[in-house]
Write a protein that binds this ligand. Structure first.
Ligand SMILES: NC(=O)c1ccc[n+]([C@@H]2O[C@H](COP(=O)([O-])OP(=O)(O)OC[C@H]3O[C@@H](n4cnc5c(N)ncnc54)[C@H](O)[C@@H]3O)[C@@H](O)[C@H]2O)c1
Length: 246
């Protein structure tokens, strides 16, 4: 491709999203990072990305709010004129057993993880269709495939992302837009730091590779899915989980 490629990463200032932003910047992508809080707090992330000799902008907004996603996508297009890779990474958990789960906690997890993925994708796809090129990569989870006690809301949101991904792969394949989901197992980030050592040890027992994953394990797969090396792969859910769910 002659033009500079552009990647837009939601929730890209921490954890897996930050690692993806840095990894794709090392591949030469100009980067747009969505953050929910004030961009002033993330100037260090912007500088780290720019140190790889690419451009970086921060766009503030809540992915669960449709108008925010409309405005954010416009900001990215105004700056770069195109979006080649969309990484739907923003996500939250509000774990509890169903008996104790409040309706609001079910709804808010669906709102951010699933509706947020719809909102951003819906606004990006028209540009990808015009370009006749695009890669949409969404963060699912092995929990969306196998289920998990205490995570009915989260698992439903991630299973929804899988159905969304497969449907869009069928809708958009003829437009040269590839749509895939990445399903991490347990990766060391703020999301899993909250687990006690006892729970972490019992999780490791269920993982054939006997260790939690690193953010770079997920970012390396997303790098591959963003590259020309993956041009015959669409509609897939690829696990990065040390063999936890097969
Ligand atoms: N860490 C894991 O073990 C693991 C496993 C499977 C899937 N995932 C998925 O990977 C993704 C990244 O998770 P992480 O572990 O890096 O966690 P994280 O908490 O570090 O990152 C989540 C990011 O999403 C942002 N965010 C939350 N709500 C938002 C909203 N409404 N609008 C915009 N941004 C919002 C947060 O500010 C944060 O930057 C999530 O979708 C998560 O479900 C993580």
């Amino acid at each position: 491709m002659d033009e500079k490629r552009v990647a837009f990463i939601t929730g890209g200032t921490s954890g897996i999203g930050k690692e993806v932003s840095l990894t794709l910047s090392r591949e030469g992508f100009d980067i747009a990072i969505n953050c929910i809080n004030d961009p002033k707090n993330y100037q260090d992330v912007k500088k780290e990305v720019e140190a790889n000799n690419v451009k970086c902008i921060l766009v503030q907004g809540d992915v669960s709010v449709y108008q925010d996603t409309e405005r954010m996508v416009k900001e990215v297009i105004d700056e770069y004129g195109r979006i080649d890779v969309l990484v739907n990474n923003a996500g939250i958990t509000k774990d509890n057993l169903l008996m104790r789960m409040k309706k609001e906690d079910f709804n808010s997890v669906i709102d951010v993880n699933l509706i947020g993925t719809f909102n951003v994708t819906k606004n990006v796809v028209p540009y990808m269709i015009k370009q006749r090129y695009g890669r949409i990569i969404s963060l699912a989870s092995v929990v969306g495939v196998a289920g998990n006690a205490g995570q009915a809301n989260y698992a439903a949101s991630k299973a929804g992302i899988i159905g969304f991904t497969k449907s869009l792969a069928k809708e958009l394949g003829s437009r040269n837009i590839l749509v895939n989901a990445v399903a991490p197992g347990y990766i060391k980030t703020a999301m899993t730091d909250v687990l006690s050592d006892k729970i972490k040890d019992s999780i490791k027992e269920q993982i054939p590779l006997r260790t939690l994953g690193e953010t770079k394990d997920v970012a390396n797969l997303i790098k591959f899915l963003s590259s020309e090396d993956s041009s015959y792969i669409t509609g897939q859910v690829i696990h990065v989980d040390g063999g936890m769910v097969m």
